[in-house]
Design a binder for this molecule. Structure first.
Ligand SMILES: [Zn+2]
Length: 537
C-alpha cells in the first residue's frame, strides 16, 4: 500500500500548487458569485470578454493571496484550512444565496450548538467531503517542491509581479465594465469565495479589538422616576425574532396568523423598520440611543443602553432569553437564559418562548417596590428550520416544509412553516398580555413587541437575512411592532395613539419610547422620538 502511494505521489512545484489551487477554487467554490454576476452581466457575445477576464482576475487575486501566506511549512495547513472553511461558505452561499459578511461571522461566533444543528444537512456533508476533505487529502499526498533560498524567493516575486500585471492589464482593457462592477455592483463582491469571508473575518476581529479597547461610556446618570405612591409601571418588552410585517394578518396578510392578537385592544404599527438585518446588529441597535444612521458597532457596544438608564433610575430590570443571548445588551442587568430544560419547563424538546412566562409572576411578587421592566428575547421565527419553531398543535397551515433545505420545499410549504411560527408568536404575545392583565390592580402596564429584523423566503432566490442594509430587500427590514397598554394607564389615550398606526417608525424610536412609557426623566430622553408622547400627527 505504502509503495502504491509512494509511486503515485505527485511531485509539483509550490508555484504550480498555488496556481492549481486558485483555479480549483474559482471553478468549484464560486457558484453563488458567478450566478449573481450572470444576473447583472448575462452571458452573451458582448459580455463574454469581461466575464472571462473576471474569472481570470479572481484566480489571479487568489494566487496573490496564497503567494503571500504559503511557505514551506505553512502551505499545506493554510490551504487545508481554506478548503474546509470555503466548503462551508460555499454550501451556505449556494443554498441560501446570502453572503458571509462580518455580521454573519458575528452570528456564527454567537450561535449555540442547537442553532448550528438547524443548519445541518446531508448536502452540507457532501460539500465538506468533496470540497473540503477530498482536495485536502490530495494536497496532503502531494510532494511540494520548494527551490532553495533565493531561487524560491525570485520565483515567488516573478509569480506575484506577473499576476499583478495581468490583473491590471485586464482591468485596463475592460475598464468600462470594471468601473461599473466596482461602483454600481459592489454587492457582487460579497459573494467571492474565499476572499470575502476572509476580509469579513478581518473586519470582525478588528472591530472586536477596537471595542475591547474602549472604556464603557455611561449615559443617563441623571435618570430618575418621579416618586408616585399611586402607581407603578410594568413594561414587558418583547424582542421578536425574524418576523416579517407582511406575514401578520393584522397588517393585511391573507392567512389568519393573528387570531389571538386581533381580539385584544392593541395598537399595531404597520410601518415599522429595523436598524439592521441580523440579530447581532439590530438587538444592540434598538436598545441604544444611537439611530440606525449613526450605527457603529464599536460605539454601540462601548456605550450604555436604555436598560442601564433604567437601572440608574432605580427601575427593576430583568432580561429573559430564549434566543442565543442578549448580544451584550443585558450585561449589567439581571439575566436568565431559558434555552435549557433545566430552567424552561416547556420544552418538547425545543424550549418554547412561553416557558419564559412561567416564573414572571414570582419575580413581580418578589419586587414589591419600584417599577419593573422585563425583556423577553424570543426564539420566534429563527430559520431556516421554521418547522421546529412551533408545537404540533400550531401546524395550522399545511403542508409545511420540514427541512432546512429550503430550496427543496415548494414556496407554499416554506410559507406554511414560516406562517405557523408566526401563529405561535401570536399565541405567545396573547399570553404576555394575559399576564399583564392579571397585574392590573398593582400596575400601569404595557407590552411592546417589535421584531429584530425580517426574512427572505425565496424571493429572487434569496433566503434567510443578513444582507447589508443598502441592498437588503424590504422583507428583511419591515418588521411587525405592537403596543398593548392597560386601560388604567391614564397618561396615554390608546384611541389617539391609533392615529399614529401608519406613521413611519423604526428601531430608532425604541430607546425613547421605553423611557417615555416608564416616565423616566433624563437628559438622554428625546420626546420627539418617543412614539407614545411625540406629536407627529
Ligand atoms: Zn434575529
Amino acid at each position: 500500500m505504502k509503495r502504491f502511494f509512494t509511486d503515485n505521489t505527485l511531485n509539483i512545484t509550490s508555484t504550480n500548487v498555488i496556481i492549481l489551487v486558485a483555479v480549483f477554487f474559482i471553478t468549484f467554490y464560486n457558484f453563488a458569485f458567478f450566478s449573481n454576476v450572470l444576473e447583472v452581466y448575462p452571458l452573451n457575445k458582448k459580455n463574454i470578454g469581461f466575464l472571462s477576464s473576471l474569472a481570470f482576475g479572481c484566480t489571479g487575486l487568489f494566487v496573490l493571496l496564497l503567494s503571500l501566506v504559503c511557505y514551506k511549512h505553512t502551505i499545506k495547513p493554510v490551504i487545508t484550512l481554506v478548503f474546509i472553511l470555503s466548503s462551508l461558505a460555499s454550501y451556505f452561499m449556494d443554498s441560501y444565496n446570502t453572503p458571509i459578511n462580518d455580521d454573519m461571522i458575528n452570528n456564527i461566533v454567537h450561535t449555540d450548538f442547537a442553532e448550528s444543528l438547524d443548519l445541518f444537512s446531508f448536502e452540507l456533508v457532501l460539500y465538506v467531503v468533496f470540497l473540503g476533505l477530498f482536495p485536502s487529502y490530495h494536497l496532503y499526498k502531494t510532494n511540494i517542491i520548494f527551490k532553495t533560498g533565493w531561487q524560491e524567493l525570485i520565483s515567488k516575486i516573478k509569480l506575484i509581479v506577473l499576476t499583478l500585471l495581468s490583473i491590471l492589464g485586464m482591468i485596463y482593457i475592460f475598464s468600462d465594465y470594471y468601473s461599473s462592477f466596482f461602483r454600481e455592483h459592489k454587492p457582487l463582491r460579497y459573494y467571492t469565495n474565499p476572499s470575502y469571508y476572509i476580509y469579513s473575518s478581518g473586519q470582525y476581529a478588528g472591530s472586536l479589538f477596537a471595542s475591547s479597547q474602549l472604556p464603557l461610556k455611561k449615559i443617563g446618570l441623571d435618570a430618575k422616576v418621579p416618586f408616585s405612591e399611586s402607581h407603578r409601571e410594568l413594561l414587558i418588552f418583547v424582542v421578536g425574532e425574524t418576523a416579517r410585517a407582511d406575514r401578520f394578518s393584522l397588517n393585511g396578510y391573507v392567512k389568519e396568523t393573528n387570531p389571538q392578537l386581533k381580539k385584544e385592544n392593541i395598537v399595531n404599527f404597520t410601518n415599522f423598520w429595523s436598524c439592521g438585518t441580523s440579530t447581532a446588529t439590530s438587538v444592540p441597535c434598538m436598545f441604544s440611543k444611537f439611530t440606525a444612521s449613526e450605527y457603529n458597532k464599536e460605539k454601540i457596544h462601548s456605550t450604555e443602553n436604555v436598560l442601564d438608564v433604567l437601572n440608574h433610575a432605580g427601575v427593576n430590570v430583568l432580561w429573559l432569553d430564549n434566543n442565543s443571548d442578549s448580544k451584550g445588551v443585558a450585561e449589567r442587568v439581571q439575566y436568565q437564559s431559558y434555552k435549557s430544560p433545566d430552567i424552561n419547563t416547556i420544552c418538547d424538546p425545543e424550549c418554547r418562548d412561553v416557558g419564559m412566562l412561567v416564573n414572571i409572576q414570582t419575580y413581580i411578587n418578589e419586587h414589591p417596590q419600584g417599577d419593573i421592566m422585563i425583556v423577553l428575547h424570543q426564539m420566534g421565527n429563527h430559520g431556516p428550520a421554521y418547522y421546529k419553531r412551533y408545537p404540533a398543535a400550531f401546524e395550522k397551515f399545511k403542508p409545511a416544509c420540514k427541512t432546512n433545505q429550503l430550496e427543496d420545499c415548494s414556496k407554499e410549504e416554506l410559507d406554511n412553516a414560516y406562517d405557523n411560527a408566526i401563529l405561535y408568536t401570536d399565541f405567545f404575545l396573547s399570553k404576555v398580555i394575559a399576564l399583564l392583565k392579571q397585574n392590573s390592580s398593582g400596575f400601569e402596564s404595557a407590552m411592546f413587541y417589535v421584531s429584530d429584523h425580517g426574512e427572505s423566503l425565496g424571493e429572487n432566490g434569496l433566503y434567510l437575512h443578513g444582507l447589508p442594509n443598502i441592498i437588503a430587500p424590504d422583507t428583511q427590514r419591515h418588521v411587525p411592532a405592537i403596543f398593548w397598554i392597560d386601560d388604567n394607564y391614564d397618561e396615554i389615550d390608546v384611541e389617539q395613539l391609533k392615529n399614529k398606526q401608519n406613521t413611519q417608525f423604526s428601531h430608532d424610536n425604541v430607546f425613547h419610547t421605553i423611557l417615555g412609557f416608564m416616565e423616566v426623566e433624563s437628559s438622554v430622553y428625546d420626546k420627539s422620538l418617543d412614539i407614545l408622547h411625540n406629536s407627529s400627527d
